[in-house]
Design a protein around this ligand. Structure first.
Ligand code: CU
Length: 327
């Protein structure tokens, strides 16, 4: 039945093809301005040569820190942590694949527009193709391959971040809370508890934000939690974002390799002052790190700020100012 229909379609199609040939013979396309036909192709060639010229220049040009082609314009560098190199390569590979697919699609569209455009005096419908099984298989198989490949490499990069097989030098527990952060330096036995955000109408001072201190070159295993609702820990320079979910601990490991101050933020809409849930990351020398830990000890910010603390964090500097008898 289907075959019979397809055959009928084909016969009709060949008739239509034959007819349009006849029409073309009777009414040859007039070409008073032949150069006009080539204009789209010419424009494409010009654009392509500009883009390609840009690419070759970029490949050899030294990239600015965190801004160059080499790092895919990401706010990081390949040596920022032991894992950013892999993540940047994944990012760039994804863009190259996306651009290649985009170029192929645009090329096919342009070829169709130019080669199969409606000719003057051609009033017939073009060939109407349907139930073309090989073509439909192609439309299914190619996207599945593309998405599958992306999934594979994406999963591979996530696994690299979550791989904690390397022996860590220290463990840091980070708690997200509405709307601030607790940093528990588990290995050092001290903590920093950020005060709840208050909006005063004044522009805030970045230096007053809660600060996470990391010793350069030391492998840190992060345990990430939430005290209330869903948050997400995001340090853009580390190129990694991880969910902070109540009742669940997410783990990742990283070795910061460049000293400096970086920004961190919550990346999950978590309530009224979500946008104020910011912090600083200071990657410092071991001596500076030890000095900060000592300062916390002197402040009596000692202990582990238990996970079951829950919403009591509303108390400023809990429990240092609300009575350290908790510990
Ligand atoms: Cu949040």
């Amino acid at each position: 039945m289907l075959r019979a229909r397809i055959r009928r379609c084909r016969t009709r199609a060949s008739r239509v093809r034959g007819a349009s040939k006849d029409v073309r013979k009777a009414n040859p396309v007039r070409s008073t301005k032949p150069q006009k036909r080539h204009r789209p192709l010419l424009a494409l060639a010009v654009v392509a040569s500009i883009v390609l010229a840009g690419c070759t220049g970029g490949a050899n040009a030294p990239s600015e820190e965190g801004l160059g082609v080499d790092v895919g314009f990401l706010p990081s560098t390949r040596d920022m942590t032991d894992k950013t190199d892999q993540l940047i390569s994944f990012w760039n590979g994804t863009w190259i694949a996306a651009l290649a697919v985009g170029a192929a699609v645009w090329l096919m569209i342009l070829v169709c527009i130019v080669v199969y455009r409606k000719r003057k005096n051609d009033t017939r419908l073009p060939v109407q193709t349907r139930y073309h099984v090989p073509l439909e298989m192609m439309f299914t198989v190619i996207p599945v391959i593309l998405v599958g490949t992306l999934f594979y490499f994406s999963q591979e990069s996530t696994a690299v971040m979550q791989d904690t097989s390397e022996e860590e030098d220290l463990v840091i527990d980070i708690y997200g809370k509405q709307w601030s952060w607790d940093f528990v330096y588990t290995t050092d036995g001290v903590y920093y508890s950020g005060g709840r955000v208050e909006l005063t109408g004044e522009v805030g001072d970045e230096e007053q934000l809660p600060t996470l201190y990391l010793p350069v070159g030391q492998t840190v295993e992060f345990h990430v939690h939430s005290r209330d609702v869903n948050h997400a820990l995001w340090i853009p320079a580390f190129l990694y974002k991880v969910d902070m979910l109540p009742g669940r601990t997410n783990v990742f490991e990283v070795t910061p390799q460049r000293e400096g101050t970086y920004s961190g933020k919550c990346a999950e809409l978590c309530g009224e002052y979500h946008s104020e849930m910011l912090f600083n990351v200071e990657v410092v020398s071991q001596e500076e790190y030890d000095a900060v830990m000592q300062e916390y000890r002197d402040n009596d910010w000692v202990g582990d700020l238990p996970g079951e603390l829950g919403r009591e964090y509303d108390l400023p500097r809990y429990p240092a100012e609300s009575g350290s008898e908790e510990h």
